[in-house]
Design a protein around this ligand. Structure first.
Ligand code: ATR
Length: 278
């Protein structure tokens, strides 16, 4: 029986057990995927000892992603670049860490928009500069988007992101103050919200999509609600939209494949199951 986990603090809102539980059943695998609440003070011991508790690995969520990146024995180049780990496994007695948020975001864009979507984008605008923004920027750099603008309420955080990631690939990466949002929206072929604005209980992200190019794509990583005010506004203007649930589903694929030995599919049925829980 293979065991995996998702560890965070708090953890009760995580949808990951529903996703992995669905796949375990779907593929007839005798395994478990457990929700573990581990406080930051206990996290280092947990990370070093989970395999002695019989776990093959697991997912890491807030607030442990950065600590996990520091504490693992080995990390992938992508995790190293982002300074954050969301997937753990064991190889030859060593704990490895990867960041699958990048793959999750890109796989979802590919599925939603069709491959080749990146060709006409030109400029991408990323709103926010936290961990999720770093994953999105890294993914867009890997695809060679020529110009990436990062706008954040706290400008120094956007500048720090740009400093950390600017040498990765040919994209020109620029940090901008919030006051520059209108010209940035007017230029961007892809707009991605990575802040918590628009999440249930939070104010909406209020930007003027009326000045977007007609071919622009608007993506949100918020998935509660599924149709955020930003996505609704984009639809009203006839722009293509990409919601946040797909990233959550696709980032789960590589971990499941490692622990349970089967590469699972993100199906409409799985999407509907998770959407019904939101
Ligand atoms: P995550 O890892 O999910 O990206 P995070 O690191 O806490 O989370 O980052 C949250 C992002 O949302 C930040 O860019 C934050 O802006 P600040 O750096 O200025 O804090 C942004 N954010 C959160 N609430 C916001 C608000 N009310 N207005 C604008 N930006 C907000």
């Amino acid at each position: 029986m293979t065991k995996a986990f998702v560890v965070g603090h708090p953890i009760k809102h995580s949808r990951s057990p529903l996703i992995h539980g669905y796949w375990l059943k779907e593929y007839g695998i005798a395994g478990t995927y457990e929700r573990l609440d581990v406080a930051p003070a206990e996290f280092p011991d947990f990370l070093k000892g989970f395999h002695r508790q019989g776990f093959a690995g697991g997912n890491v969520t807030l607030p442990h992603k950065e600590a996990a990146c520091r504490l693992v024995d080995r990390r992938t180049e992508r995790a190293e670049r982002l300074g954050a780990v969301n997937t753990l496994w064991v190889e030859d007695g060593l704990v490895w860490g990867d960041n699958t948020d990048v793959l999750g975001f890109m796989a979802h864009l590919d599925r939603s928009l069709g491959t080749g979507w990146e060709q006409p984008v030109g400029t991408a605008l990323i709103i926010g500069a936290g961990g999720a923004a770093r994953a999105v920027v890294a993914g867009l750099q890997e695809r060679g988007i020529p110009r990436i603008l990062v706008i954040n309420r706290t400008l120094p955080k956007a500048q720090e992101l740009v400093r950390d990631l600017r040498d990765e690939g040919p994209s020109s990466l620029v940090a901008l103050p919030w006051a520059d949002i209108d010209p940035a929206v007017a230029e961007a072929g892809l707009v991605v919200n990575t802040t918590s604005l628009g999440m249930a209980g939070q104010p909406p992200l209020d930007i003027d999509l009326g000045i977007s190019p007609g071919t622009a794509v608007v993506a949100d990583i918020v998935y509660v609600p599924l149709r955020t005010p930003l996505l609704a506004a984009a639809e009203t203007r006839g722009l293509r939209t990409v919601d946040g649930l797909g990233m959550l589903l696709h980032q789960a694929v590589p971990g499941f494949a490692r622990w349970f030995g089967v590469t699972p599919q993100v199906t409409p049925e799985l999407r509907a199951l998770i959407a019904a829980d939101i």
